[in-house]
Write a protein that binds this ligand. Structure first.
Ligand code: HEM
Length: 509
């Protein structure tokens, strides 16, 4: 990505006020996004001053454009010819792109990767999804039920999507807790913890693909691998990682933001419990007013173009401004009123155009079930701190809470006593996704994919660890006479890469 771009003829006084950086484009001033964007950005004021587009400095020395208007966001999202989703040609200094898989491609290649994802997700209908979400939600809420207070982000909204996705991927619960913990370390653990979490998450997905390629079942990972579009192992790793990357954090904060709205506003709470505000309408209301993704570094100009009164140069990054677009008077006539917005689904929080979120039904169902379960199990739920004491995530992209502390009536229920770890790894409480029994693995078969792929860091994340304490997932059949003894005596049953990763994680706990 080039640093020098066109003069910003929308420049003028920096909205950040005195001290705001000069626009590196040479004209006017750029809005310095990196020097602290508060939870409440003055979107209306920015739009009045700059129109549908403002020049920004995304990080020191990296300039771009933030789309402020609804129409401008929609135009860019829908125009794959002038605005590409692929960041690679402009990645500064060859740094790894923030987007990957289907999200980072356009045209035919995008269609091939996306269709595999869409068709796979279509196989997870409400009857399959809801029990999985309920089970995970009840499990998490039971852990706090006896306490009478909890942080509903850390104890509920953050781990929940990891547990759900992990189960749909077809892995035992222990790996869901692993994914949840790694996700927490990645996003809120500071640079040191994040550094270790990133390669471990990569190893999780490589291990998942290796296991399901060798031993397919009736689950999302196996369906994706069996899709007629013929994804390679690397493409499948990208696609499954993408489901987690794009799905986990926004889902967490949609749940968190929705719970906060219910707790903060007695009218919303009453309407929700009374059924006049349906769960679907609550989700859309929150998507309008508290979108979990408020800005997204999403498009790159493929050509020099005049757009919304500005000259944009080839390669310039454009930030999609969902939160800003939702305050645009051309669409926000309902203001902040939940009932006035009921039934209005024209918000941009799912995106639009070729890359529109393929999991809207899935995410809605997940979030709605999560909220219903929390409201049902945590009777008399109240905010434990004043709204002014709630801490928000310091992120340009994510709009959500660091914690959501609540009080509720303690039920006296206790979390299930911890099962022996070996058992928990193998025995989820209830399975709605039927697993097909494949042939028994034969040791070395599972080692191959890791040996073939993976960066040195990823290899180190799983291989520089002692042999795991978990028992091997399957054992060779007991020998019935010499016929069986000979081959199995020679074949050592080794843990696969996922089992090694789990053992590493447990040893660090
Ligand atoms: C509240 C939750 C969610 C929100 C707000 C959300 C939002 C979005 C948005 C805005 C995009 C488009 C990005 C762009 O155009 O650059 C997108 C794409 C995507 N989302 Fe979601 N999403 C959510 C949940 C999920 C979940 C749960 C999954 C999967 C399990 C998922 C999978 C994807 C995938 C695979 C893409 C890329 C599609 C493509 O490039 O064609 N999302 N999402």
């Amino acid at each position: 990505m080039r640093q020098e771009t066109a003069a910003d003829d929308r420049g003028g006084t920096p909205p950040g006020g005195a001290g705001a950086d000069r626009c590196p484009r040479g004209g006017g001033a750029a809005l310095p996004l990196h020097v602290g964007v508060g939870a409440d950005m003055p979107w209306s004021r920015l739009r009045e001053r700059h129109g549908g587009l403002v020049a920004v400095e995304i990080s020191p020395g990296v300039s771009g454009w933030l789309l402020l208007g609804y129409k401008e966001n929609l135009q860019v999202l829908r125009d794959q010819t002038r605005f590409s989703a692929d960041p690679r040609p402009w990645s500064p200094g060859g740094a790894a792109p923030a987007r990957s898989g289907a999200l980072a491609h356009d045209g035919e290649e995008h269609r091939r990767l996306r269709t595999a994802i869409v068709d796979t997700l279509a196989r997870v209908g409400t009857p399959q999804l809801v029990p999985v979400v309920e089970r995970a939600a009840v499990h998490l809420l039971d852990r706090v039920a006896a306490d009478g207070s909890a942080d509903l982000i850390g104890r509920f909204a953050a781990p929940l999507p990891a547990l759900v996705l992990n189960e749909l991927f077809g892995l035992p619960d222990a790996y869901g807790h692993l994914l949840a913990d790694l996700t927490l370390r990645l996003w809120s653990g500071g640079p040191d913890r994040a550094e270790h979490a990133a390669p471990a998450i990569r190893s999780y997905f490589r291990g998942l693909v290796a296991r399901k390629r060798a031993d397919p079942g009736e689950d999302v990972a196996s369906w994706l691998l069996a899709h007629p579009n013929g994804l390679t192992d690397d493409e499948a790793v990208e696609a499954l990682s993408l489901l987690w990357e794009t799905g986990h954090e926004p889902t967490t904060h949609l749940i968190g933001n929705a719970l906060l709205r219910l707790l903060e506003d007695p009218n919303v709470w009453t309407a929700y419990l009374g059924g006049t505000l349906t769960p679907e309408d609550l989700v859309d209301y929150v998507m309008w007013t508290e979108p979990p993704i408020r800005m997204l570094a999403g498009r790159y100009s493929t050509t020099d173009v005049r757009f919304a009164g500005a000259r944009i140069r080839r390669g310039d990054p454009l930030l999609l401004g969902f939160a800003a677009a939702h305050t645009d008077p051309s669409v926000s006539r309902g203001g902040d009123d939940a009932m006035a917005l009921a039934g209005n689904r024209s918000h941009l929080s799912w995106g639009a155009g070729a890359h529109r979120c393929p999991a809207t039904g899935f995410a809605r169902e997940l979030v709605r079930t999560a909220i219903d379960t929390a409201v049902d199990r945590l009777r008399g739920m109240l905010l434990a701190v004043g709204p002014e004491d709630l801490r928000r995530r310091a992120s340009l992209t994510v709009h959500g809470l660091v914690e959501l502390p609540v009080w509720f009536t303690a039920t006296g229920e206790r979390a299930e006593p911890a099962e022996p770890r070996e058992e928990r790894a193998e025995a989820p409480v209830r399975r709605r996704i039927r697993r097909k029994r494949g042939p028994a693995p034969r040791g070395a078969r599972y080692q191959a994919p890791l040996a073939r792929g993976g960066t040195e860091e990823e290899q180190a994340a799983v291989e520089s660890v002692p042999a795991p304490a978990v028992r091997p997932r399957r054992r060779s059949p007991q020998g019935v006479g010499a016929r069986y003894q000979a081959p199995f005596a020679r074949e050592e049953v080794r843990p696969d890469s996922l089992e090694k990763l789990l053992a590493t994680w447990r040893s660090r706990e």
